[in-house]
Design a protein around this ligand. Structure first.
Ligand code: ADP
Ligand code: MG
Length: 238
């Protein structure tokens, strides 16, 4: 089980308050999407969850455990970024297994876990290829494989598809939905693309200038937007 809970999270950068006071409940196994315009604080909230930023105030809980002071590696989460920085000199298998190697996991176990992750992501035929020999979509799958192999309870995605072309984005959306079903893990996904949010989410969190405007299922946001901002953002074509 992996519930994520934010209690009165505040984040300042210097004298600028980016997130004034966010409280939010992310259900176990949900696919929750943070959506909102550029600069509204989506990445900041994700980085706070990952422990890559410290909150100015408030607390974050994972499964009733206060993780606010925990280091990123202790939190049982894995993050996939927009710019998937793969190691160019390592092949796909080595890239996927790298974190396990660093953690001194035995070789046979690494091999088994890498093969399992590759299977889930349909990367098995590509395990010996170098990143330069892969397409953008394949590279992004490797980046996701590096997260999967650690078997996190919570996956964080920061606009993972925004560097891909439209056709590939559509395909990867389908794959991400399948992945979520198969793994059953809690996923928190950041995007500024309302179509992506509407198709992937079972819970959408609409952010505007660091404030949570509305939380709900896609259909509820669409049918009953509670603010003009939500109505405009969800209703407007891309
Ligand atoms: P989003 O991901 O929604 O585009 P961000 O969370 O990246 O937005 O940024 C929210 C706001 O916080 C922006 O105004 C941004 O300039 C500011 N910000 C983000 N990171 C930093 C930082 N390290 N130092 C100062 N300001 C930052
Ligand atoms: Mg961002």
């Amino acid at each position: 089980m992996a519930v994520v809970e934010y209690r009165n999270i505040k984040k300042d950068f210097g004298s600028v308050t980016v997130i004034p006071d966010a409280s939010l409940y992310i259900p176990d196994g949900s696919f929750t999407v943070f959506v909102g315009p550029s600069g509204c604080g989506k990445s900041t909230l994700l980085r706070l969850t990952a422990g890559l930023e410290d909150a100015t105030d408030g607390k974050i809980f994972i499964d009733d455990r206060d993780v606010t002071e925990e280091r990123p590696t202790e939190r049982g989460i894995a993050m996939v970024f927009q710019s998937y920085a793969l190691y160019p000199h390592m092949d796909v298998g080595e890239n996927i297994g790298f974190a396990l190697k660093m953690a001194k996991v035995p070789k046979a176990e690494i091999k088994a876990k890498v093969e399992a992750a590759a299977d889930v992501l349909q990367l098995t035929p590509l395990l010996r290829r170098k990143p330069a020999e892969l397409s953008g979509g394949q590279r992004q799958r490797v980046a996701i494989g590096r997260a999967i192999v650690r078997q996190p309870k919570v996956f964080l995605f920061d606009e993972p598809l925004s560097n891909l072309d439209a056709a590939l984005r559509t395909q990867m959306r389908v794959e991400l939905a399948q992945l979520h079903k198969r793994l059953g893990a809690t996923m928190i996904y950041v995007t500024h693309d309302q179509v992506e949010a509407m198709t992937l989410a079972d819970q959408i969190v609409v952010l505007n200038k660091g404030l949570i405007e509305q939380v709900g299922a896609p259909i509820d946001l669409y049918n009953e937007p509670q603010t003009l901002f939500v109505a405009g953002f969800i209703g407007s074509p891309k």
